[in-house]
Design a protein around this ligand. Structure first.
Ligand code: ACM
Length: 271
């Protein structure tokens, strides 16, 4: 990353991992991700939602069986080892246990260890049966001079999520996902344009059929604040992609001499 005087970096290399986890085989999935990332370089890697457990939990007990404390669990430790080895920050999804609660969470970790976590606010479909809804405020994390907000998959459907992260100062939204609906990759273009932020969506591929078939649509991507797809992965293959981004593009919220994305908001007319 290039550093400037006030510790705001201007450029960074970001990447995503698009994997195909085997349900409930956490160690195999962690090993696979470590292999996919071996020798790869970026300042930030984003991994999918529930990347090491798989997605289709049948009930709350199954989540409890695989949920881990954050930051004290195996998955956070494995991600921190990757972060240290590759001198990168990592954002990745996992089921989190907190006393009797289980959350669909994302952990943020880096070369110096654990940074923070996010708990998915908008649970999709049967996730509502298996997980507790997130109860932490949306937050922006400073990762070495870049401001990163985190949201998980279906949060994209609620534009307030990305808007809040942008208003909190996010340069980039890290978006671990397990996409099953077709619209998200295109919708994230709008989320980026309307907030002038970068977004790294990390999706998975493959399918699960533990309670009826689910196919995950891949197409992990990096989108810039102008709505350009900088890179997009396939619908079917495991992949790691990295790309350099200019964070300054996310910091100027003027659209033209007359319009400013935040100052022009008519909060007096919104609910
Ligand atoms: C989803 O939120 N995993 C569809």
């Amino acid at each position: 990353m290039t550093d400037n005087r006030d510790r705001r970096v201007t450029t960074m290399k970001v990447g995503f991992v698009q994997n195909n986890p085997v349900f409930a085989n956490v160690q195999k999935n962690l090993d696979r991700v470590a292999k996919l990332l071996d020798g790869r370089r970026a300042d930030l890697f984003v991994l999918p939602e529930l990347f090491a457990t798989g997605y289709q939990f049948k009930n709350r007990q199954e989540v409890h069986d695989l949920a881990e404390q954050v930051p004290d669990g195996t998955t956070t430790a494995a991600l921190t080892a990757i972060a240290k080895k590759s001198n990168a920050f990592v954002v990745a999804g996992l089921p989190e246990a907190d006393a009797s609660h289980v959350y669909n969470s994302a952990v943020i970790t880096g070369p110096n260890g654990y940074v923070g976590k996010y708990r998915k606010l908008h649970l999709f479909s049967t996730e509502k049966v298996c997980f507790d809804a997130g109860n932490l405020p949306l937050k922006v994390f400073d990762i070495g001079g870049a401001k990163v907000g985190v949201m998980i998959c279906f949060d994209w459907y609620f534009p307030e999520t990305a808007r809040t992260l942008a208003l909190l100062g996010a340069d980039l939204i890290a978006h671990p996902s397990n996409l099953v609906l077709p619209h998200c990759p295109q919708a994230m273009i709008t989320r980026c344009v309307e907030n002038r932020v970068f977004a790294v969506t990390a999706d998975r591929v493959g399918s699960e059929d533990r309670m009826g078939p689910l196919r995950f649509i891949g197409q992990s991507q990096v989108v810039d604040p102008g709505g350009n797809i900088m890179t997009r992965a396939s619908e079917t293959e495991e992949e790691v992609q990295t790309i350099a981004i200019d964070l300054e593009k996310a910091r100027d919220k003027s659209l033209n001499p007359h319009n400013h994305l935040f100052k022009d908001r008519r909060e007096d007319f919104y609910c």
